[in-house]
Design a protein around this ligand. Structure first.
Ligand SMILES: [Zn+2]
Length: 184
C-alpha cells in the first residue's frame, strides 16, 4: 500500500517543516495530526506541473485524517497510517535528508526565536528567566538567520518533491534551486 499520486500532490502542496517531519519519522506524523492545522482553501498552488484540482485546494486535519478541500476532486483523504507506511519504505538516503532538513528547520526556528529587540541594556538582568535571548542580535546574525530560513524553505520543497516522487517546483524554491539540484 502506497500513497496515490493525488495524495502525494496534496502533501507536497501542504509542504513545509511539518510534512518533512512527518515523512522523517512517525513522531512527525503524530505531530501533524495533533496540530489540526488547516487551510481554508483558495490557497493558490505555486507548484509548476501540479494537477488542476490542486489550484484552489485547502485541507483540514481531523481524527488522524487529512482531508483535501478541493472542489474539483472531492473525497481525497490521507490517513496517518498511510503516511507512516509510505515513509517506512523510503530509501535510506532520502530518509536521512528529510531528517537533516527537519533538524535544520528546527534549529533555525529556535535561533530566530532567541532574537530579541526589547531595548533593555541588559536583558538578562531584567528578565533572568530568559537566559538564552540574543539581545539584541547583530544585523549580520539576523541576515544570516533570514537567509538560512529561505534556504531551508527551498530545501524543504526539494526534499519533499524527491521523497514524494514528484517534479512540482515551487516558485519560492526557484530562486534557490541551483543550490540543491546539482547533478539532478
Ligand atoms: Zn531583550
Amino acid at each position: 500500500m502506497t500513497l496515490a499520486v493525488d495524495q502525494r500532490w496534496l502533501l507536497l502542496h501542504m509542504g513545509s517543516w511539518q510534512i518533512v517531519h512527518a515523512l522523517a519519522s512517525p513522531e512527525g506524523v503524530a505531530n501533524l495530526m495533533r496540530s489540526r492545522s488547516g487551510s481554508t482553501g483558495g490557497r493558490a498552488s505555486d507548484l509548476n506541473g501540479s494537477p488542476e484540482w490542486l489550484a484552489d485546494c485547502g485541507w483540514e486535519i481531523n481524527g488522524s485524517v487529512i482531508s483535501a478541500r478541493a472542489r474539483r476532486l472531492p473525497g481525497l483523504n490521507i490517513k496517518a497510517a498511510e503516511i507512516n507506511r509510505y515513509a517506512a519504505h523510503l530509501p535510506a538516503d532520502i530518509k536521512a535528508e528529510l531528517v537533516a532538513c527537519r533538524d535544520a528547520g528546527t534549529a533555525n526556528a529556535v535561533l530566530r526565536a532567541r532574537f530579541c529587540h526589547c531595548g533593555h541594556h541588559d536583558h538578562a538582568t531584567y528578565m533572568p528567566w530568559e537566559k538564552d535571548r540574543i539581545c539584541p542580535p547583530t544585523v549580520e546574525q539576523e541576515n544570516n538567520a533570514t537567509a538560512d530560513y529561505w534556504r531551508i524553505r527551498a530545501w524543504q520543497h526539494v526534499v519533499l518533491a524527491k521523497a514524494l516522487g514528484l517534479n512540482g517546483r515551487s516558485h519560492i524554491a526557484n530562486d534557490q534551486l541551483d543550490l540543491f539540484e546539482v547533478g539532478a
